[in-house]
Design a protein around this ligand. Structure first.
Ligand SMILES: [Zn+2]
Length: 319
């Protein structure tokens, strides 16, 4: 099938879950009660993706707060700081490495198995990459960023192997931080090599928008099968780079602007896909939103995804 549809990972949490997470943080409900609602929300998102006809599903990350802190909380060797401002009015708890990083138990595998048990379609295993975990954490233990990052890569690889053993056909290892520090691209590539070593599953990474002219085409050396990119928020400017140096991997083509509340029209999405088809072979294109959708409203998210799937259907018929 051409142009398989997927999403980058996160979906908004329904109101009942946002409320339950708050109550849990205040000690008003138990972990078991919270997890029950996380499973309910996961089931609803799997059903929605099935209903609209997405091809490669995600669990929606109902059990996560932040993509880095979540892993740090579940790895040994990290402590979590108080709230730190990231950008705008967003705050998060920053992980601090205080000892050797280790994975005591699988972190995401049970969630993967649960989500995969709800559907015949493939569900992606979703991990945060070693470079991004390193870059978004404080380090009080390792002697260099490289040592810290490469140790994380080994730990991420253990988790990826367990996901693969649990049946994950696609393993996505997100590295949103890569595009903001071009000077460390070599390290990010080396770390991804360790994180994906020995995997037979289809591997992909999502990189958020950033200084692509400085990391392209070198970023094609990241050892994964597919790179998923934000293209819509810059009106597909990146395609200009791909004209100069061909995009040699599969691409996850971001066709929905996740920073905008406006729901794209079907013809807008079609024209974005058609622009890419002029430059990248059709066999290499997967279609997805620009980034995770967790900051969008429920209805907005659903409306955008419906448009995306309908647009892909229409383009497929013309191929
Ligand atoms: Zn992103």
């Amino acid at each position: 099938m051409l142009l398989p549809t997927t999403t980058v990972g996160s979906f908004p949490k329904p109101d009942y879950l946002a409320k339950a997470r708050f109550q849990f943080s205040k000690g008003q409900i138990s972990k078991t009660e919270l997890e029950e609602l996380e499973r309910k929300a996961t089931r609803e998102w799997i059903e929605f993706q099935e209903e609209i006809g997405i091809d490669i599903l995600v669990d929606g990350e109902m059990y996560r707060g932040d993509m880095v802190t979540y892993f740090a909380e579940n790895f040994k060797g990290f402590e979590i700081s108080g709230l730190v401002r990231s950008y705008g009015n967003r705050y998060y708890r920053k992980p601090v490495a205080v000892g050797e990083i280790e994975r005591a138990n699988p972190v995401t595998v049970e969630w993967f198995k649960f989500a995969q048990s709800l559907t015949q379609k493939p569900v992606k295993g979703m991990l945060t990459g070693p470079y991004t975990i390193m870059d978004w954490s404080f380090d009080e233990h390792y002697s260099s960023r490289r040592d810290f990052c490469l140790r994380l890569a080994e730990v991420v690889c253990e988790e990826a192997k367990d996901l693969e053993a649990a049946g994950a056909q696609y393993i996505q290892i997100d590295e949103p931080a890569i595009s903001v520090r071009p000077e460390e691209l070599d390290l990010a590539i080396e770390a991804m090599g360790i994180a994906t070593q020995g995997l037979k599953a289809h591997t992909l990474t999502h990189i958020c928008y950033g200084d692509f002219p400085k990391i392209y085409p070198k970023m094609l050396e990241i050892p994964v099968d597919q790179i998923d990119l934000e293209l819509s928020n810059n009106e597909f400017d990146l395609l200009g780079l791909f004209k100069k140096a061909p995009f040699t991997k599969e691409i996850g083509l971001g066709v929905l602007d996740v920073h905008s509340h406006r729901v794209e029209t079907q013809s807008e999405v079609i024209s974005r896909i058609e622009k890419a088809l002029k430059i990248i072979p059709k066999e290499k294109i997967y279609v997805s939103p620009d980034c995770g959708l967790k900051t969008r409203g429920m209805e907005e998210t659903k409306a955008k995804l419906r448009v995306m799937v309908a647009a892909v259907k229409e383009v497929r018929e013309s191929l």
